[in-house]
Ligand binder design. Sequence first.
Ligand SMILES: [Zn+2]
Length: 474
Amino acid sequence: MAIRLFSEHVILGQGANLRVEGALLSIAGDSIVDLQPMSRAQFAARPDADDCLDLGQQLVGPSFLNGHTHLAMSALRGIGQQALRGNVVEDLYFQLESHLTPADVRAFVRMGAYENLLAGVGAVWDHYYHADDIAAGLMDVGLCGVVAPTVQDVAGPGRDGTEAALESTLAIHASTRHQQAGVYAALGPHATDTVSPALWRRLALLADQHQLVMHAHIAQSIEEYRRSMQTYGCTPIAGLREAGILDLDTGLVLVHSLFVTAADIRLLHPDRHALAYCPLSQIQFAFPAHITPWLQAGLPIQVGTDAGACNDTMNVQQELRVLAGGSAFAVTQGEAYRDFQASGSLGAAEAVHSQRVQTYDQTPSIHQMLDMVWQTPARFCPALRMGELAIGNRACLNVWDLSHPALWPATDPLRALVMCDAAKALRHVMLNGQWMAPLDTRLQEHVLNSADFQAAQAEASERLQALLRRTGLF
Ligand SMILES: [Zn+2]
């Protein structure tokens, strides 16, 4: 039985063609099977109008995709603030992670998945250990995703689990059960300093043989850059070219990429390479990536939250606000402002203002930013069939209440989805053609009061306490 729903405000198209107009959507199984733009008057004139769900003026749009996560690490939120000045990944997370069990991962992933769900995220690009349990945790909650089992052979808690991680990758990739739930695999080399050149070459062969996209942290820390320069005499990205990774037409999602040179950017191609940009995480564990050269080179960007442990929220929509305005902090910290403070001259003040205008002019457009949570993270895993409401795509959508004070008056609904605190106004969520809460209930209330959520929360809390006791760190 198909679900047919009409709204006066449906987000259609993608990129520069993104627009909001009235439309009638038909959903059968997990897919959008028909989509007809139409006005309220045209809808009302249809003989079947009474059999359709009329969402009135509520905004219907595609689910967000969270372009880089480690859902299980939500359990480590708020732990180890003192480690953030150094390399928090190596100094703290690696130690805790060596004590994690697969069942811990599944329990923690569920909590991260619920937080994503309640922020309007329908799919995540996750990267972690015990990946079979990441996939299981996603499916427990109903979220879609691209799961990259973390692969390491030089350093890190996954060092002895390389073969198991690769087996998981291929097993998830081949599993119809996972595909039906919208869960797909990616190859997950951890970073250039935790994976040997020989293993990178082996992963390149697997990518080609099995048509798998690759998802890896690249140039994310000074330690990684230092090791690359000292051991191989080249930047991490130049090292990837040497290993044949940059030629793979199956694609590479480069996460963080903080230490990237102008020459590195020239090695990348918009058809094969995307940056996964996580500004709110990066400002905690390091500093934000410089995205302007990526944008100028036409390289696609997908936005993610990274881990709950180094971001404190899974709300990917809030990353867009930071992306839109974050570069203005450079004005405050810049040389022009220091000159102005010293001299107070009008000329120095004008220089500050012109830097501000220049920075503003480099800000991506609303359409470009929405592409970073819709089109790009969907394009790099086409099997997801997400990122746009279109015939044949997976029926994963959000219904936003435009009359909610968080969005009202929503004069420009697309801008509102970038700049407002939209999660509060999330009214309904559909994933894989299923409403995640009955339409006469409040989404948040329904999910949080459900027996499934309460059991998941209790188990995750118990497992976290046990993990902390086992590590002896706290
Ligand atoms: Zn990460």
